[in-house]
Every structure is written in C-alpha cells, then in structure tokens.
Design a protein around this ligand. Structure first.
Ligand SMILES: Nc1ncnc2c1ncn2[C@@H]1O[C@H](COP(=O)(O)OP(=O)(O)OP(=O)(O)O)[C@@H](O)[C@H]1O
Ligand code: SF4
Length: 317
C-alpha cells in the first residue's frame, strides 16, 4: 500500500514536562497538572485520583479492534519481536486485518523485522496513519520517528507513557481483526501504561515468549504473576530457540523447561519454535518466514502455535 497518501510527517514526539518526579516526595506531588501522564499514578499515594479523561477516547478508538494480543517476555533477546512480527505476517496471510504496535520505546526492532526501515508516519485528519506492509498489515513504532535508527532513546516513564497513550488513542488503525502489541522485556513503565490503557477495552490476553534456560524461565514466572496481578489472561507460553535443527541441545537443561513451568503455573503451553538460522535471516531481512521454503522447520512450528492462539482468541468472540 502507498504510505504517502496522507499529509505531513509526524514530527518529533513532544517533550513531556513531567520528567522530574522520582516518586512521591516531589514538590509537585499530587497536583493534577504535574502528574498527568505519569505511569506511577496507579501506585503513587499522592497522585490525584479520578478518571483519566482520555480513557473514553481510547475506548472509542479501540472499539473498532476485535482482538488485542500482547507479546511479552521476561528477558531480552529471546525472540519476542520475531514472534510478534511472524504472528502478524501469519494473521495477515489469513486475510485478517492486522495492526502491529511496537511499544519497545528504547529498542524498537519491528520496523526492521517488517522490512519498513526508513519509513515515516504521516498524519491525516483521522489521526496518525500506520505504515503499511500490505493493505491489511499496518505497523506503528517509535522507530519511524527517529531520524537515525542508531540513536539511543533515553526517556523517563512519563514520556514513554505519553507516547504509548498516543499510540492507542491517536493512531488511525481503522477496523482491525487483530492488534498485536510487541512490548519490551520485563515489567516496566511501558507494561504498566499499556495495561492501564487497554485493560478497559477487552484485551484477549498475553503470549509470553521464552527460551528454555532456567534464567529466562525465572523471569517468565514473574511475567505471568504480573499478568495475573493486573488481570490480563495469559494465552500461553512459547518456547523459542528450543532446539537446534540437528537435535543438539544448546542450552543447559535442554528443551521442555517451559512446558514444565506452564504446568506448575497453570497456564497454557503453546509450543516450541526451533533455533532456525533461516528464521533469523528472514527476521533480519524483514520477511515472512511462511513464504520461504527454507524456513520449513520454524514456520511449521509457528503455524501450529498460531493456530492455538487463534483458537484461544476467537473463543472470546
Ligand atoms: N527461533 C529462532 N531461530 C533463530 N534465530 C532467532 C529465533 N528467534 C529469534 N531469533 C533471532 O534472535 C535475535 C533476537 O530476537 P528478537 O529481537 O526477536 O528478540 P527480543 O526478545 O524481541 O529481544 P528484545 O526485546 O531484547 O529486543 C534476532 O536476531 C532474531 O532474528
Ligand atoms: S503520580 Fe508521578 S508525578 Fe505525580 S507525584 Fe506520583 S510519582 Fe510524582
């Protein structure tokens, strides 16, 4: 799809005034104007309480999105963005209308993984227009706003929160079957923000990506507990890079750790994706692995996982 159909490029994200407050002892503590946009508001004792006036606009915007799925991981580098990108390609390949939202503000890799590096966001009278891979696959990421992809984004929580709010309130997604949200690793400001904004809008749930290593699984347990705490359903866990194609177990402990952990934590196990250099190559080149015969090992595994995701979400209506 031609992305140039709209008007002026969106400029730099405006500076958020509230970068100063480390916690409840700030001199501005509790003043509504100073606290606006701060992701700590839900947990801050001195934050002014009251409904966020933007929530109604977010609900309105999200009312045209049928299913919302978050892709999370405890640790970085486990393949979460790769999974989110391939999930989006797969859903779009099934004629679904798909939006992929990258809220990894400090490390946006989605533009590269979708082959959209160097693209810019445009604005129309309906809001920010996503960048389109295909007519039915639109993408939004801070990566489109950075003049240099190597530039480091060093933002405090309130400013990240402000941008995430804009992503769910101001992006003209249109009617979507699926909005896939790629979050940064861990449970940080971005997670609190997205949960806060999407919770009221019927999120289907979260998919958690991990590797079989125990250090990764420890963080997955935290991630599952975080989801339970904020009331987001865990659709299931994906064990990525689970084995070498030659059946060599790379990680101490080998494959299967995630499935055992899922039984203990009583969450669904969605399946394993093998370590497949062809999948890494497809991700680096911004391509769908489903259209590459060389990716047969990983794409077969991904297809059966995505089938389970579809079953779990479509049961929701
Ligand atoms: N199954 C796999 N086989 C081979 N390479 C993979 C596989 N999954 C992911 N990779 C590669 O591993 C690297 C890390 O993946 P990715 O960026 O998706 O991880 P991430 O969890 O999103 O990381 P972060 O959130 O820290 O940016 C990428 O180069 C990707 O191509
Ligand atoms: S809500 Fe945020 S800005 Fe307001 S007092 Fe608490 S920590 Fe500071």
């Amino acid at each position: 799809m031609d992305n140039a159909g709209t008007t002026a490029p969106v400029g730099e994200v405006p500076e958020d005034a509230n970068q100063h407050c480390p916690g409840t002892e700030a001199e501005t503590a509790g003043k509504a104007s100073a606290c606006e946009g701060c992701p700590n508001q839900q947990i801050c004792a001195t934050a002014p309480k009251g409904p966020d006036p933007d929530l109604a606009a977010i609900e309105e915007r999200m009312s045209s999105v049928k299913h919302k799925v978050l892709v999370l991981s405890g640790k970085g580098g486990v393949g979460k963005s790769t999974f989110a990108a391939q999930l989006s390609f797969a859903l779009a390949g099934q004629e679904k209308q798909v939006g992929l939202l990258d809220i990894d503000i400090c490390g946006p890799s989605i533009p590269k993984m979708l082959g959209l590096e160097g693209q810019e966001i445009h604005q129309s009278n309906l809001g920010w227009s996503p960048v389109y891979v295909e007519d039915n696959l639109g993408v939004m990421s801070i990566g489109f706003m950075l003049p240099d992809p190597d530039e480091a984004v060093i933002w405090r929580g309130p400013r990240k929160n402000g941008l995430i709010k804009q992503f769910v309130k101001d992006v003209d997604w249109g009617d979507l079957d699926y909005l896939v949200v790629d979050a940064p690793p861990g449970t940080s400001d971005e997670h609190i923000s997205i949960m806060q904004y999407l919770k009221a809008t019927n999120v289907d749930g979260a998919i958690i990506v991990t590797t079989p290593q125990e250090v990764s699984l420890i963080d997955v347990r935290k991630e599952i507990n975080f989801c339970k705490k904020v009331g987001i359903r865990v659709l299931g866990v994906v064990e990525n890079m689970s084995e070498l194609q030659q059946q060599i177990e790379m990680f101490y402990g080998g494959a299967g750790g995630a499935e055992k952990m899922c039984r203990q934590m009583r969450v669904p196990f969605l399946g394993r994706v093998p370590l497949d250099p062809q999948l890494g190559k497809a991700a680096d080149e911004g391509r769908s692995c489903f259209e590459d015969a060389k990716c047969v090992a990983s794409s077969t595994a991904l297809k059966s996982i995505i089938k389970r995701v579809l079953l779990a979400t479509e049961k929701n209506g």
